[in-house]
Design a binder for this molecule. Structure first.
Ligand code: UD1
Length: 364
């Protein structure tokens, strides 16, 4: 049995690493195909070494470009690879443009797809990721859902998969392994911050950072918070800050995109997280930190329902009120953190589900 894991962006590498380890543990032949959608070392290869993934068997190096060009290059590149050697199944994590392109390439070459992180929905069609994840679910044979809510979503949409399994979230597996090493992050001392005395922030969504009004509003609002803000800046966001002439308030300390363990450390030592990232919403929840989600919708309604996070959009008043709200979020809100997304054994369940699918009698 040969499994190809197809990825290309930072969050996809984090989701895939424990699954690769689970396959290897069972002696399943498994390779990584890297699209190269994220091309800076800090956004891609750094995570391979940190998460102990081998070099990819192939790297398409699609690099920068318009989304349609990237998607086209990935489809063509993977199609070319599949002409030479074809995996028995492809595991495709998440909802990025790489994920959509991988799904299309697989379907066109007759490779069955297992979609990792299937079924999450924000209901916001302005987000490229919402379209990507819906389309990918409909192209996949095996839907690996991180929560029960995700299972209900795909069932409600009558997605024609052969197998739908609630496996839990493999990001939680990664976090449990690496969080014990995420102590005393360098950035805390480098920025002169106090442990437990700062806000950790990331922003990278096109809807937030490509809109000059939205970006200015958020940057203005966080600059006036009573605590300093450590801001890990995505390359896209850094480019937009420059392009729109937005100078961060002195209260906001800029950081390069951080390695994974350093990010977990920065969250662990923070008082509060502000983010528009899907992955960081979950990591903050698992690490017991209240979160202001700088969006109007989220694909992780599970967390908002617990009361550990709230949606604040990009409105300065809502951000200010959100900060006040966060001061009264107690530990009770995080009680379900160790079970809502599984118990840290999602990767083993992924391997079970994929093996089960491939061994199914009569599979075409
Ligand atoms: C992508 C995913 C998003 C995920 C995010 C994690 C899509 C539609 N979105 O968004 O779901 O949460 O990755 O980071 O696939 N850039 C660099 N260097 C890099 C990567 C990006 O400079 O290594 C810059 C480029 O200017 C690029 C821009 O960032 O055009 C956006 O990158 P892109 O990969 O299109 O989307 P992300 O915003 O990273």
């Amino acid at each position: 049995m040969k499994v190809s894991i197809i990825l290309g962006t930072r969050p996809q590498i984090i989701k895939s690493a424990p699954v690769y380890a689970a396959f290897r543990k069972r002696g399943v032949e498994c390779e990584i195909l890297n699209t190269g959608q994220h091309y800076d070392y800090e956004m891609n290869r750094q995570f391979f070494s940190e998460l102990e993934l081998p070099d990819p068997a192939a790297d398409l190096n699609v690099g920068p470009g318009a989304p349609s060009q990237q998607v086209a290059a990935i489809i063509a590149g993977l199609g070319g690879l599949f002409e030479k050697t074809i995996p028995e199944i492809a595991l495709v994590p998440g909802d990025t443009n790489s994920a959509l392109a991988a799904g299309i390439a697989c379907v066109k070459s007759g490779v069955p797809v297992a979609h990792l992180e299937s079924g999450c929905r924000s209901g916001d069609y302005r987000m490229a990721e919402e379209i990507n994840r819906r389309l990918l679910d409909h192209m996949s044979r095996v839907l690996l859902c991180p929560t029960l809510r995700c299972v209900s979503n795909v069932k409600r949409e009558h997605v024609l998969a052969e197998s739908v399994v609630n496996v839990g979230d493999t990001m939680y597996d990664s976090l449990l392994v690496l969080a014990p090493r995420a102590t005393a992050p360098d950035s805390v001392s480098k920025l002169g911050l106090e442990r437990g005395g700062y806000v950790f922030m990331t922003l990278h969504r096109a809807e937030t950072v490509d809109d000059p009004v939205a970006l200015r509003r958020v940057m203005g609002a966080v600059g006036t918070l009573p605590l300093p803000v450590a801001f890990s800046v995505h390359p896209r966001t850094r480019a937009r800050l420059k392009e729109f002439g937005v100078s961060p308030h002195p209260n906001v300390k800029l950081l390069e995109p951080l390695p994974y363990i350093e990010t977990l450390g920065m969250v662990s030592e923070s008082k509060l997280v502000i983010t528009d990232s899907g992955g960081l919403q979950k990591e903050a929840f698992w690490l017991g930190k209240p979160t202001l989600i700088a969006r109007d919708t989220t694909e992780w309604g599970e967390i908002v329902s617990t009361g550990a996070a709230i949606l604040v959009g990009t409105d300065p008043k809502r951000i200010e009120r959100g900060y006040e709200w966060s001061r009264n979020v107690g530990a009770a809100k995080f009680r379900s953190a160790g079970r809502l997304f599984g118990k840290g054994n999602a990767s083993a369940k992924v391997a079970d589900a994929v093996e089960g699918y491939l061994k199914k009698p009569g599979r075409d």
